[in-house]
Design a protein around this ligand. Structure first.
Ligand code: PAF
Length: 276
C-alpha cells in the first residue's frame, strides 16, 4: 500500500518508519514507461522506495510550459501503487519553497551546466540541482534513480553529489522508447500526429550515429533531411560529460523542437573505426 504525503513533516515521519536501504525516484509526475523503469529498478535494489512528484517551477524559464505541464496525480499514484512504491511525496510549491522562488539560496552547476541544455534553457540546471538537493535532504536516500534520457541532467546531478559530498549512489536507467523509437517523455502528449512523425527523425539520427564512425555527421545529416524540426543542438560529449574524445566511446546528444514541443535524446556512440 503506497502512502501519499504532502508535507515535509509527514514525509519525515514516514521516512523514519521505512526499513533498510531507501531509494528515491524524483519525478515531475505524468509518469510514463521511463519512470516505471526507474521505479522498478529502485524496487529491485532497495528495501524501501520513495517517489517524489513535484512540477518544479524553478527549472522552467519564462515562456516555457510550466502552466500546461501535465499534472496527473491520480494516475501517477496508481502507477506508484502498481510498482510497489512505499511513499509518494507530492508537496505543493509553498511546502518546498516557503520563502518564495526569488532570493533563494541555490545550487549552481559547474561550467558544463552552461552548455547545450544550459545554454538553451538558462537557469534550468540551477532549478534542477536546487530541487534535487532539497529532495535528497528531505528523503535522505541511500540510492537515487534518474533516466539516461536527461543525460546532461544526470551528469550534473552526479557532479553535485560528488562535489557537495551527498554520499548518495546515483543510478542511471536506460532510456525507454515507444514502439516507433521516440524516447518516452511527459512532453510527448503535446505532439500532433504530424509533429510526432517529424520528431521520429530524432531517434533515426540517434540510430544512424550509433552505426557510424562519425556519429556527429551521421546524426546531422538525418536531422537536416527533416526541415520541420528546429534543431537546438547536435553534439558529442564524453560519457562523463567532459570534452568528447578524438576516438572511442562517447555520447551523442540531440535537442530539437517539433512545433512548440522541445524534445531531447541521446545515446552511446563510438567515434572512429573500432578496427583501426
Ligand atoms: O527529470 C525530472 O523529471 C526533473 O528534472 C527532476 C529531476 C525530477 C527535478 O525536478
Amino acid at each position: 500500500m503506497t502512502l501519499l504525503v504532502h508535507t515535509r513533516a509527514d514525509l519525515a515521519r514516514a521516512r523514519t518508519a521505512l526499513p533498510g536501504t531507501v531509494a528515491v525516484v524524483p519525478t515531475m509526475g505524468a509518469l510514463h514507461e521511463g519512470h516505471r523503469a526507474n521505479l522498478r529498478r529502485a524496487r529491485e535494489a532497495a528495501d524501501s522506495v520513495i517517489a517524489t512528484i513535484f512540477v518544479n517551477p524553478l527549472q522552467f524559464g519564462p515562456g516555457e510550459d510550466l502552466d500546461r505541464y501535465p499534472r496527473t496525480l491520480d494516475a501517477d499514484l496508481a502507477v506508484c501503487e502498481a510498482e510497489g512504491v512505499d511513499v509518494v511525496f507530492a508537496p505543493v510549491e509553498s511546502e518546498l519553497y516557503p520563502n518564495g522562488r526569488t532570493a533563494l539560496t541555490t545550487v549552481q552547476a559547474g561550467p558544463d551546466g552552461d552548455i547545450l541544455e544550459g545554454a538553451c534553457r538558462p537557469g534550468f540546471f540551477t532549478g534542477v540541482l536546487t530541487v534535487v538537493a532539497k529532495l535528497f535532504h528531505l528523503t535522505d536516500p541511500d540510492l537515487a534513480y534518474f533516466g539516461e534520457k536527461d543525460f546532461q541532467q544526470l551528469a550534473m546531478i552526479r557532479r553535485m553529489v560528488r562535489d557537495l559530498d551527498f554520499g548518495i549512489e546515483i543510478v542511471a536507467v536506460e532510456t525507454v522508447r515507444d514502439a516507433d523509437g521516440l524516447a518516452e517523455s511527459s512532453r510527448n502528449v503535446y505532439l500532433s500526429e504530424v509533429e510526432r512523425a517529424a520528431a521520429l527523425a530524432i531517434p533515426h539520427a540517434v540510430r544512424a550515429a550509433q552505426n557510424s564512425p562519425d556519429p556527429l555527421a551521421a546524426a546531422e545529416k538525418i536531422l537536416a533531411d527533416e526541415p520541420s524540426l528546429a534543431v537546438d543542438y547536435v553534439a558529442v560529449r564524453a560519457e562523463d560529460f567532459g570534452e568528447a574524445p578524438e576516438a572511442g566511446p562517447a555520447r551523442l546528444l540531440i535537442a530539437a523542437k517539433a512545433g512548440t514541443t522541445r524534445l531531447i535524446d541521446n545515446a552511446p556512440v563510438l567515434i572512429g573505426d573500432p578496427d583501426a
